[in-house]
Write a protein that binds this ligand. Structure first.
Ligand code: CA
Length: 222
């Protein structure tokens, strides 16, 4: 078996040159985000945004939940891929960053599909379960704080319908998951989720080595 291809900077440029279809709205939001303190480190890569949009379309998802809005780039990607009557709920613990994305959602004509909640992700998950009941989402994108990843996953699994998809970001966590020197709470949170997913018979999984690691978990049963 060949070793995994190492994505050098020239190769990543090539990937972007030959596949990225980021338009002005997305690019301008990404550039505005990059100027923030912490900036682009917290934002998904543009090719990942394009991949999320493709996932939404491929699965025909109409109800999508996102944990971790940040400046709304991934929300914009997914909202645009929804059908006209589709609905995206996105949450973040602060409005400071999501408020940057709102004008871009409006410009793209999808602001009416996006419901923003400013609250802790676990609380939002609990509320949505009470409001809508179990199995009420087609796709959940988990990209909130890493410490609580296992908890968010368990709650999301209740909320996603059988046959629905959970997409988890940063599952390789800068490579730290495979380096025993890292024992911080964030790395351990990601490791705990990865271990949970490996053995979880309720889902089919694929851990993708794009961006910072993206794991797909499809809930069985449909
Ligand atoms: Ca992320």
């Amino acid at each position: 078996m060949a070793d995994q291809l190492i994505l050098s900077s020239p190769l990543l440029d090539y990937v972007r040159d030959f596949s990225l279809r980021e338009d002005d709205v997305l690019r301008e939001l990404r550039e505005e985000t990059a100027e923030l303190p912490g900036g682009s480190a917290l934002q998904i890569d543009p090719e990942e945004g394009q991949f999320l949009a493709l996932l939404v379309r491929m699965t025909g998802a109409a109800d999508v939940l996102e944990l971790g809005t940040y400046t709304g780039y991934s929300a914009l990607c997914m909202a645009r891929a929804l059908p006209a009557d589709g609905h995206l709920v996105t949450c973040d613990i602060t409005d400071r960053w999501p408020s940057i994305g709102v004008p871009y959602w409006k410009r793209a004509g999808v602001a009416d599909r996006v419901e923003q909640r400013v609250e802790d992700a676990a609380a939002v998950l609990g509320e949505l379960l009470a409001e809508r009941g179990p199995a009420s989402f087609d796709l959940v994108f988990i990209d909130a704080d890493k410490v609580n990843y296992p908890r968010y996953y368990e709650q999301s699994l209740e909320l996603v319908r059988p046959g629905g998809l959970i997409v988890v970001d940063n599952t390789l966590f800068f490579g730290q998951v495979a380096d025993p020197a890292f024992t911080d709470a964030n790395t351990e949170g990601v490791r705990a989720l990865n271990a949970l997913l490996r053995d979880d018979e309720r889902v089919e999984v694929s851990m993708l080595t794009i961006a910072d690691g993206v794991t797909l978990a499809r809930r069985k049963g449909a």
